[in-house]
Design a protein around this ligand. Structure first.
Ligand SMILES: Cc1cc2nc3c(=O)[nH]c(=O)nc-3n(C[C@H](O)[C@H](O)[C@H](O)COP(=O)(O)O)c2cc1C
Ligand code: SF4
Length: 652
């Protein structure tokens, strides 16, 4: 049993008892079907309810047409949503968790795309945002009244579907926070000016919701205690607003977050990346809680039950949002309760497959847990119909996941890794500045291997003959990749080193460095930071439109800020083609004009990878079933590696 006294104590809100303090905060899954909660969406949340979460707040749902887009979001503007939400509520309640719905209107913070066309964004005033580049239209009073009424009608649908509560999004610079904010609300009518006027739309919406739902239903807001944008709401104003809402009896709780979607800086905090401290919003939530005397929820990098317990024990919050923690491991709460902490697959805040998928327009998942968001197809792991002997070659993320999956299904699995450690490129990735947590991917997979009873053979290079000697029924090849080194004129004249060698401290770059970054991802940005932190002058030449082009945007922007502070010079649209003793010759990839970097001591090559295929031809002669997965199939990321590992382990 666990020692999580606070985490597993129930919370009473109105008539509702929530079984513990673990919260899945609202998060858009893009699992909606035709704008409605469908079976994928229900299976996703049911997995977390089964896994022991106390409260699920389902994703931001659109309740008025002035905020619709054609993205796969949930629309609660008609009664069509009721059957899906009812099914969701039944599924969540069946496992003992509580369920709230979340209502959202983005105001100016949206592109509002429909069939490739931009719609009209409506906001309190015509003040542009700095992320979506929307110049909104000022809302007429009639539209405000319609939105207020629509919030009430949507709430009635949640009530009819059997949900336990409702959260109105007032956070992240969205519509109701735009009303609260004197810098984005310049209205001269009764909705602008004094605090009372700026709060009017929010208070009216909360009253409309309360009037449409049973007395027992919980009603709260989510709010950013600080928006961290030049025209964002300040903490003191937020506290004053919350105190007034309490005085009016308009809310039962406040769900505290930080950040704003109105700009790239504030947006980083919507889903904070790895090198932002764990539970970093908790102190501000604690200040709000002390000033308010109402239950306060908090989220933001609370990825382990120990951290949640500390937040609760120190009185900073009444519930802990552990959203990505449960995208990564839906069973986190049950494991914590049972004291099986080492079994928890902790979220590493990589942002790749959860918010990364969402921004790319796909249903969310997790790089460590590909079954996340795919519960209906990958949620169950079928036992092997007959125990076979499987050899997996290569102990990077792909091979580890394949071996663990096959082992869990009952196969006898031998995993051969030629180096002394498991982890493959993840071991290098964790050496980039601020990326140590990426090593959690390896730790978590090692745990899965142990649970699956896989025999791991380190320092074991194999060839067809040694594999044959192991007498496998099938082979999974996951031998990874090595750095790609194209021909570069004059390479031998200059000091040219490879990114991996720099990371492994096998190369010693001089004091003036040019990094040639073809992938536009973690490696180029990370090396630039590392070398600049070491006091070197760094030029990061990217073969793309900007540094980190292929990274999830919150991570990219956070990193761009760090590089800017360190004085790293970013050269976009640049491809390296030659070097000499102290010059790097680049070419503008569109104009084809030269870009010459002089006074260069070392050129670092981050030019991507090439598959390790040496084993392939040799193995073919064995006549065994062979599956190639991960980078040895095609160099990509850890996400594809783990996903293909899971599929191979399931199929074998
Ligand atoms: C894929 C994804 C979608 C999100 N969508 C929403 C949303 O619809 N409403 C909301 O209030 N927050 C949304 N968020 C923010 C989360 O609620 C939460 O605040 C954030 O993930 C930080 O908490 P964590 O570190 O526990 O994951 C989203 C987060 C993710 C990862
Ligand atoms: S993809 Fe990364 S950030 Fe998202 S839930 Fe999984 S481990 Fe966490």
């Amino acid at each position: 049993m666990s020692n999580f006294v606070h985490l597993f104590s129930p919370l009473r809100l109105r008539g509702l008892t929530i079984r513990n303090r673990i919260l899945s905060t609202g998060h858009q899954t893009y699992l909606a079907k035709d704008g409605l909660p469908g079976d994928d969406f229900i299976a996703y949340h049911e997995a977390r309810a089964r896994g022991g979460v106390g409260l699920i707040i389902a994703e931001a749902a659109r309740f008025h047409e002035s905020t619709f887009t054609d993205s796969p979001e949930i629309v609660v503007a008609t009664d069509d949503c009721i059957p899906g939400y009812r099914k969701l509520a039944e599924a969540v309640h069946r496992h003992g968790a509580a369920l709230f719905g979340q209502l959202s209107h983005s105001g100016r913070c949206s592109k509002r795309m429909t069939a490739g066309l931009r719609g009209v964004a409506y906001a309190p005033s015509a003040i542009p945002d700095n992320r979506f580049h929307s110049m909104p239209r000022e809302m007429p009073v009639a539209l405000i009244e319609e939105i207020v009424a629509a919030a009430g009608a949507a709430a009635a649908r949640f009530a009819e579907a059997g949900l336990d509560g409702i959260e109105l999004l007032t956070s992240h610079g969205l519509l109701f926070s735009q009303f609260l904010n004197p810098l984005t609300n310049r209205r001269q009518d009764s909705y602008g000016g004094s605090r009372e006027n700026r709060m009017r739309a929010l208070v009216q919406a909360l009253r409309a919701i309360r009037a449409n739902v049973p007395e027992t239903m919980i009603l709260g807001i989510r709010i950013s205690v600080e928006e961290i944008e030049a025209d964002g709401l300040e903490a003191s104003e937020v506290i004053a607003v919350c105190q007034e809402l309490k005085r009016l009896g308009a809310i039962d709780y406040v769900n505290a977050t930080i950040g704003s979607m109105a700009g790239l800086g504030g947006s980083i905090h919507v889903v904070p990346p790895m090198d932002i401290a764990q539970a970093y919003v908790a102190p501000q939530a604690g200040t709000l809680r002390a000033a308010l005397g109402l239950p306060v929820f908090v989220a933001g990098r609370i990825n382990q039950p120990q951290i949640a317990e500390q937040v609760l024990a120190s009185g900073q919050a009444d519930m802990c949002g552990m959203t990505r923690a449960m995208i990564s491991d839906p069973e986190m709460a049950n494991k914590a309760k049972a004291g099986k902490l080492d079994d928890i697959r902790a979220c590493i805040a990589c942002n790749q497959a959860c918010i990364g998928h969402y921004h790319a327009g796909y249903a969310i998942s997790c790089i460590q847990n590909p079954a996340s968001g795919r519960e209906l197809t990958l949620g169950e792991l079928p036992a092997a119909s007959q125990r076979r002997r499987i050899v997996v070659v290569g102990g990077g993320p792909a091979g580890m996941k394949a071996a663990a999956t096959a082992g869990l299904r009952g196969h006898q699995v031998i995993l051969c890794e030629k180096s002394a450690r498991l982890g493959g490129q993840a071991l290098l990735a964790q050496m980039l500045p601020g990326r140590a947590e990426f090593g959690g991917l390896v730790t978590n997979l090692e745990r899965e291997l142990a649970q699956a009873g896989v025999e791991v053979r380190l320092k074991t290079a194999v060839d067809a003959t040694t594999i044959q000697a192991m007498a496998p029924d099938a082979v999974i090849v996951a031998t990874g990749a090595h750095p790609y080194l194209p021909t570069i004129e004059g390479k031998d004249e200059g000091h040219v080193v490879d990114a991996w060698a720099v990371l492994k401290s096998e190369a010693n770059p001089g004091s003036r460095v040019v990094i040639a970054d073809w992938r536009c991802d973690w490696i180029g940005m990370g090396l630039a930071e590392k070398l600049a932190l070491d006091g070197r002058h760094v030029r990061l030449a990217v073969n793309g439109v900007h540094a980190g082009q292929n990274l999830q945007m919150y991570l990219r922007d956070h990193w761009a800020a760090k590089l800017h502070r360190l004085g790293v010079e970013v050269i976009p649209y640049a491809r390296l083609f030659g070097v000499d003793r102290d010059t790097a010759y680049l070419m503008h990839i569109v104009s084809k004009e030269p870009i010459v970097c002089e006074q260069v001591d070392t050129v670092v090559l981050a030019l991507g990878h090439e598959s390790e295929t040496a084993l392939g031809a040799d193995l073919a002669r064995l006549g065994l079933p062979i599956e190639y997965i991960g980078d040895c199939l095609s160099p990509r990321s850890a996400e594809e590696a783990v996903y293909e590992g899971l599929l191979a382990g399931r199929a074998v």
